[in-house]
Design a protein around this ligand. Structure first.
Ligand code: ATR
Length: 290
């Protein structure tokens, strides 16, 4: 997909960017993108914008009026925003959620950089080649949909979705069946399918702060030495990851990179320039206090 950077800077001389959501005050996107803009030598601002439920349409109109080059969209607006856009990219449409909007001279296009951001993080931090790999994904919610769409572009040999609600896993597999070998199963069947898995990915919130003692599955069933990845970044390494490494000798991959790379893609769409990923990572880690 090509995105032109023709619409910036705005007549004000600055590139105007932001993130809409509710709540928004704890968002780490402003600190990460501000560092990115500074490193690129681009004049502009990235601001947190609190948008209440039901106010998305007016906000999108304001984005056009104020000539914002783009915005990120976070909870709870990722779905609601779609009807207010001029265009929605194929992946965002399939996933059913938009997290990045690009304003090209008043034409607003919605993208989803969460899934592709996750895959870029996985490839740069844990496993460089995904082609031919057998991948198992725990969870069948919104995050899982984005990741499935992006992973199937990498030609894995098989993708298995495991979910507590088996029907949801089967529906997700059905939605993407034209794109590769994909199957949905219930969590109770995981023991039958986990053998031969190369990469195991947790997309559920199980293990997230403050329930850091919880795990979505028993690490004893994880094949030795595989890659185990978790979308959660608070804590940076979940109990599932730590026990996979200590008890099963697995390579582990936490969720912070997904956040960085979803932002990196967005910044690249808005500016047309390669994102300064290391600077963005450092700013994020500093603001997380690690
Ligand atoms: P997200 O957009 O972050 O993926 P979601 O759409 O609410 O959030 O999906 C949450 C996912 O985590 C679902 O797959 C959910 O399983 P169910 O579909 O069976 O509800 C899974 N999940 C959440 N809590 C879980 C738990 N305690 N055990 C197992 N799976 C859980």
């Amino acid at each position: 997909m090509t995105v032109t950077a023709a619409a910036w800077p705005s007549p004000s001389g600055n590139i105007l960017l932001g993130v809409i959501g509710s709540p928004i005050s704890h968002s780490k996107s402003p600190v990460m993108h501000t560092a990115g803009l500074n490193a690129l030598g681009i004049q502009g601002a990235y601001v947190p914008l609190h948008v209440a439920q039901g106010k998305v349409g007016e906000t999108i109109q304001a984005i056009r009026t104020l000539n914002f080059r783009g915005i990120n969209v976070t909870l709870p607006h990722k779905l609601a925003v779609i009807e207010h856009l001029d265009r929605v990219d194929r992946a965002a449409e399939a996933i059913g959620a938009v997290n990045t909007i690009v304003n090209d001279n008043g034409i607003l296009t919605g993208y989803n950089t969460d899934g592709i951001g996750y895959v870029r993080s996985l490839k740069s931090e844990a496993v460089s080649e995904l082609s031919g790999k057998r991948i198992m994904i725990i969870g069948a919610g919104g995050a899982s949909r984005g990741i499935v769409d992006a992973l199937l572009q990498e030609s894995p040999s098989a993708v298995i979705i495991v979910n507590r609600d088996e029907e949801k896993a089967k529906r997700l597999a059905e939605d993407w069946k034209s794109r590769g070998d994909i199957k949905g199963i219930g969590l109770d069947q995981i023991g039958r399918y986990i053998g031969g898995t190369d990469i195991l990915i947790n997309t559920t919130s199980v293990g997230m702060h403050p329930h850091t003692g919880d795990m979505p599955i028993d690490p004893d069933i994880i094949p030795e030495g595989i890659v185990v990845s978790d979308l959660i970044y608070n804590p940076l390494h979940t109990r599932l990851l730590l026990e996979s490494r200590s008890r099963r000798g697995c390579t582990i991959h936490g969720g912070v990179g997904m956040f960085i790379y979803q932002g990196a893609y967005a910044l690249e769409y808005w500016t047309g320039m390669p994102a300064p990923v290391d600077v963005m990572r450092e700013a994020l880690m500093n603001s997380l206090g690690v």
